[in-house]
Design a binder for this molecule. Structure first.
Ligand code: PEP
Ligand code: MN
Length: 284
């Protein structure tokens, strides 16, 4: 009998209610498992800009230990005049890059019609923050069996985020990974406000794996890695980060993109944090 139990029986004080965290249901994403004991690092450019940029980034992040690749084909930009992604033009060289690195790709679907078009290239569909409330898109993704990375909208309550995941699950696709990517608050110094509380809440109260996007959450290159470290320390299942070989030339999100040396450095520290918390890095 523990001290606490002894005390409660002897004094008839009610035992404090100890909440048992829900266990995470791991999701197979291509040939990697997210939501097990391992910590997953997904990395790549914000947007796929050219064959050479995608290939250079993919090769570098693979060598530094990423287990999956990210890269936007269609972009959801606030400004209609901003780069909207290469779209299907990128298909001309994507297979070649993916075959060269052997990494699976995560890419965003901004419209239900893109699900079929991307199917041949991705191991996981991404739903962006701006589409978390797009229930027709979520329903369509529920009809597939491919994993869905569901970003939290910057204006969504945790409850709305979980209910959006239920839309996908309701169609029969239980392969869902949640991603916290920062919310809007009154603060303007950083791009968004990273909600670490939400990560901890979702880990303890849902069975979905939870990863973190520090790049969009904070929006400032030199502050991206510390957010990733916090995520690793509190038990997130992984991170998804933006990397560009020459961020100053990036067509989107250069300010928050890590350089290749930055990414390598981040990986080294993540490994040390994982070691301290008895968790392995997910390796491919
Ligand atoms: C992205 O990951 O490319 C992206 C646009 O992120 P978010 O939807 O979180 O803004
Ligand atoms: Mn981006």
């Amino acid at each position: 009998m523990t001290d606490l139990e002894l005390k409660s029986t002897s004094t008839a004080i009610m035992k404090p209610e100890v909440k048992t965290p829900r266990s995470t249901r791991a999701v197979m994403v291509g040939n990697v498992r997210i939501g097990g004991p391992e910590f997953a690092v997904i990395a790549g450019p914000c947007s796929i800009e050219s064959h050479s940029q995608f290939s250079e980034t993919a090769t570098a992040v693979k060598a530094a230990g990423a287990c999956l690749l990210r890269g936007g084909v269609w972009k959801m930009r606030t400004d209609v005049k901003a780069f909207q992604g290469l779209g299907s033009e990128a298909f001309q060289f994507m297979h070649q890059v993916l075959n060269e690195t052997g990494l699976g790709l995560v890419s965003e679907v901004t419209d239900p019609r893109q699900i079929e078009m991307l199917d041949d290239y991705v191991v996981m569909y991404q739903v962006g923050a701006r589409n978390m409330f797009n229930y027709s898109l979520l329903k369509e993704l529920g009809q597939t069996r491919k994993p869905v990375l569901l970003k939290r909208s910057f204006s969504a309550l945790i409850d709305e985020w979980i209910k959006a995941a239920d839309y996908v699950a309701h169609g029969g696709n239980e392969n869902i990974i949640l991603c916290e990517r920062g919310i809007r608050t009154f603060e303007t110094k950083t791009r968004y406000t990273f909600d670490l509380n939400a990560v901890i809440w979702a880990k303890q109260n849902s069975h979905f794996p939870v990863i973190v996007d520090p790049s969009h959450a904070i929006g400032i290159r030199d502050m991206v890695a510390p957010v990733a470290f916090a995520a690793a320390a509190v038990g997130a299942d992984g991170v998804i980060v933006e990397v560009h070989p020459r961020p100053a030339e990036a067509l989107s999100d250069g300010k928050q993109s890590l350089t290749i040396p930055d990414f390598k450095q981040m990986m080294k520290t993540i490994e040390r944090i994982l070691e301290a918390t008895d968790r392995p890095l997910l390796k491919v």
